[in-house]
Design a protein. Structure first.
Length: 385
């Protein structure tokens, strides 16, 4: 592949060994029990996967974004939910901390986050919507040397297992669509009085992502736990969210590849009237060809976009395209894989249907593809591609 060099191949080899020996054997059990993949998450930290693009000064590898994409793709072939936990930790919460944090904050929180010694979550979404900031109600008020926070967040990944939460809250009287300078970010440690964590939701897919609600009732945190400038976090949030959308490209690619590989193998192993399904049925061959074509089209988009990211492009529009296309292709390939398995494809123990379930949530979690498609239209209109 044109995007593979020696350094990236070395990291990819490490990821493949990790997936083969540790991830694959645990994947079905995690999906069935919805258990957070704690051991695998910690192991990802030990291997450097949680800090690939973070500078060496703060414990990262100082690597490029294409390497990150390769790792996410490889893991998603077997356990997409692990990449979800990694993204919430490293790209959303970690991205904000990396961009906005003081050197002291980074040493205290980012260094152990990169190694996996602590887990982070990002508290942004509210019941009124993810990016509908003018209607958000979580508020922080400065009283002396403490910030007092009241409100709540919904559909937050890594709840309960996170040690540190990066939370967005209003710090002005009103936030309007035209003036978004009233939203600030805060560092809140688990166990802080007045901070409550809900019970993880039981979802269609992403079993084990520990997704649910958090709430604040007169939650007091030190003044220095403000992250970045007062009222100045939304631009950084836009960038960290874009990085998360970008990651949905390689994750969607991995989901599609995992489902395709199972379907292809089954079509060769399943025999009817003395022939494999692949040899006997033209419709089987044609389905697999279309699935393969969609996978390779997505691959081209993923790695050309990540090449742009490594050259310094923010990828505001193309990053959102990756989220949309990654969800579309993975959902399509997952659905067709179930169809090729037939009745047994609907049985959980077969293991193929979970790829479709995870792909379906990928189209919604973090931001719906419909919302992002509209974002892309605006970015194109304003020549911000």
């Amino acid at each position: 592949m044109w995007y593979i060099n020696e350094d990236r191949q070395l990291m990819l080899n490490v990821a493949r060994d990790f997936v083969e020996k540790e991830v694959k054997p645990a994947a079905m059990e995690i999906d069935k029990t919805s258990r957070f993949p704690m051991e695998l998450f910690k192991r990802a930290g030990e291997l450097g996967f949680l800090g690939i693009t973070i500078s060496e000064e703060f414990g990262g590898l100082g690597g490029d974004h294409t390497t990150l994409a390769l790792i996410l793709e490889e893991i998603a072939k077997s356990l997409p939910v692990l990449t979800v936990a990694m993204g919430a930790h490293s790209l959303l919460a970690g991205g904000l901390l990396n961009m906005l944090g003081t050197p002291e904050q980074k040493k205290k929180y980012l260094v152990p986050a990169v190694s996996g010694d602590i887990i982070m979550a990002c508290g942004n979404t509210e019941a009124s919507g993810g990016a509908n900031y003018p209607e958000h109600t979580t508020r922080a008020v400065l009283e002396g040397e403490e910030w007092v926070i009241n409100g709540g967040k919904v559909l937050i990944s890594n709840i309960g297992v996170a040690d540190v939460y990066i939370v967005l809250a209003l710090t002005s009287e009103q936030l309007t669509p035209a003036d978004r300078a009233g939203m600030s970010a805060f560092i809140i440690e688990a166990g802080t009085p007045g901070f409550d964590v809900g019970i993880p939701e039981h979802k269609l897919g992403w079993h084990g992502s520990a997704t649910g609600s958090i709430s604040f009732k007169n939650c007091r945190i030190p003044k220095e736990n403000l992250l970045g400038p007062l009222g100045g976090c939304l631009q950084a949030m836009f960038v960290s969210a874009t990085d998360e959308f970008l990651s949905c490209g390689p994750v969607g690619l991995g989901i599609a590849e995992g489902a395709y590989e199972m379907a292809f193998k089954y079509s060769l192993d399943r025999v009817q009237c003395g022939q494999s399904m692949f040899d006997r049925f033209q419709v089987t061959r044609h389905k697999l060809v279309k699935m393969y074509t969609e996978i390779e089209s997505l691959r081209a988009l993923v790695y050309s976009t990540y090449a742009m990211k490594d050259q310094g492009d923010l990828c505001l529009a193309s990053g959102r395209m990756l989220k949309c296309k990654g969800a579309e292709v993975s959902e399509y390939v997952g659905r067709e894989a179930i169809q090729l398995f037939g009745g047994v494809g609907t049985i959980v123990d077969t293991g193929v249907e979970r790829f479709w379930r995870d792909a379906k949530v990928l189209a919604i979690g973090g931001a719906s593809v419909e919302s992002l498609t509209d974002n892309i239209a605006t970015l194109i209109k304003n020549n911000m591609i």
